[in-house]
Ligand binder design. Structure first.
Ligand code: PLP
Length: 393
């Protein structure tokens, strides 16, 4: 039996064995509460603060600017709800049309509390339109949130330009960097963002740990109230093992970042060139190179209705990939709001395949995928001729 191939690193990543090794003692004998004053507590505190330094280092931030949370979703909620609340509630926020539900559902909630919400459009290649931001900013705009990299297309967003414009307007800028962190360089000394969300499980760390970078001086209210941990911004006894794992994962990602970007871009281009050569009706959704190093969002012209079948056929053949429409099974088969925002019609927006490579992906795996993909695509309903936007290129 050949081992399975995992090409869904945007959904989650395998825990790096070095991360697991770092976490182990904190799940066993090193069980202290970081708030306790005796030795066991002091050791736990030391472990948490070391990890805070490692996560800060990934961003070039000060450790005091890192707030640990229980997920990327919670970091996004803290950013949006916390910034609006600290500004007195109400007012106006702007988010891009292609945000993850952790942002879009949170602004829906804010709308119910009387906050006005505007969506920043994206172009046909999935890039947020910087020029449109100026027209959307209002005197009462409290916050603008645009992700660093999109989870469906992998397209990198113009966060530097958008955050500069937002800052000049006097509003807070947040970026959801859950997909980008550890995969592309992110330096908060060069990037004028005020708030930035991270999630450990997207960079070979454990699930259920996230962080929010909060630039010094940014006004933020907590959304979880209690014992005052994390400088009062996120009460609850710290998930020490998870935080230690996050720290180790961040340190590993930072150490190998430059080499890993080059390796994954080469692998991704090998994959895309192979797909183009072997499957004539294949097309790429999103900007051709302004994208995460290991990320491809593929469509098969005329066969978009069959994307879930294709995913299951590949699963059967031992390869895990995602449907581009959503990363959760409950939304499988629904048109993707991201692809629709890019101008795809609802049928095309339902039918993409997200292939995302990671640290342990190899050229052999890509070659094996290229061996089985054409047969899997051919087994679907024959492609209808399909002209217009999104046609093969
Ligand atoms: N933001 C983006 C862009 C994501 O891709 C994800 C996860 O898929 C999240 C937020 C949520 O992160 P978490 O799974 O840690 O809650």
């Amino acid at each position: 039996v050949s081992p399975r191939i995992y090409f869904d690193h945007s959904a989650t990543t395998p825990l790096d064995p070095r991360v697991l090794a770092a976490m182990g003692p904190h799940l066993a004998e090193r069980f202290g509460n970081p708030s306790s004053l005796y030795q066991e507590g002091r050791e736990a505190r030391q472990a948490v603060e070391r990890a805070r330094g490692q996560v800060a280092d990934l961003l070039g931030a000060d450790p005091a600017e890192i707030v640990f949370t229980a997920s990327g979703t919670e970091a996004d909620n803290l950013a949006l709800l916390g910034a609006v609340s600290a500004a007195g509630g109400g007012g106006h926020v702007i988010v891009s049309a292609i945000e993850h539900p952790a942002i879009l559902e949170t602004v829906k909630h804010l709308e119910k509390t009387g906050v006005a919400v505007s969506l920043l459009p994206v172009d046909r290649e999935g890039v947020a339109e910087v020029a449109a931001l100026g027209a959307l900013l209002r005197p009462d705009t409290r916050l603008v949130s645009v992700m660093a990299a999109n989870n469906v297309t992998g397209v990198l967003q113009p966060v530097a330009e958008l955050s500069r414009l937002t800052g000049a307007h006097g509003a807070i800028f947040h970026t959801d960097a859950v997909q980008a962190a550890g995969k592309i360089p992110l330096e908060v000394r060069c990037l004028p963002v005020d708030l930035l969300s991270l999630s450990a499980h997207k960079l070979h760390g454990p699930k259920g740990v996230g962080a929010l970078y909060v630039r010094k001086g940014t006004r933020l209210s907590p959304i979880v109230h209690g014992g005052g941990q994390e400088r009062g911004l996120r009460s609850a006894t710290e998930n020490v093992a998870g935080i230690v794992g996050f720290g180790e994962a961040a340190a590993l990602a930072k150490r190998d970042l430059v080499d890993e970007v080059a390796r994954l871009v080469t692998l991704r281009e090998h994959l895309w060139e192979g797909v183009k050569a072997l499957v004539p009706n294949a097309y790429l959704a999103g900007h051709p190179f302004r994208r995460l190093p290991g990320h491809l969002c593929l469509g098969f012209s005329g066969q978009e209705n069959e994307a879930i079948k294709l995913l299951l056929a590949l699963d059967e053949a031992g390869v895990a990939v995602s449907s581009g429409s959503a990363c959760s099974a409950s939304h499988a088969g629904q048109p993707s709001h991201v692809l629709q925002a890019m101008g795809f019609d609802p049928i095309r927006a339902r039918g993409s395949l997200r292939v995302t490579l990671g640290r342990f992906s190899t050229k052999d795996e890509v070659d094996h995928f290229l061996d089985i993909l054409p047969g899997a695509v051919a087994s679907l309903r024959p492609a209808a001729s399909h002209a217009g936007f999104g046609a093969p290129r």
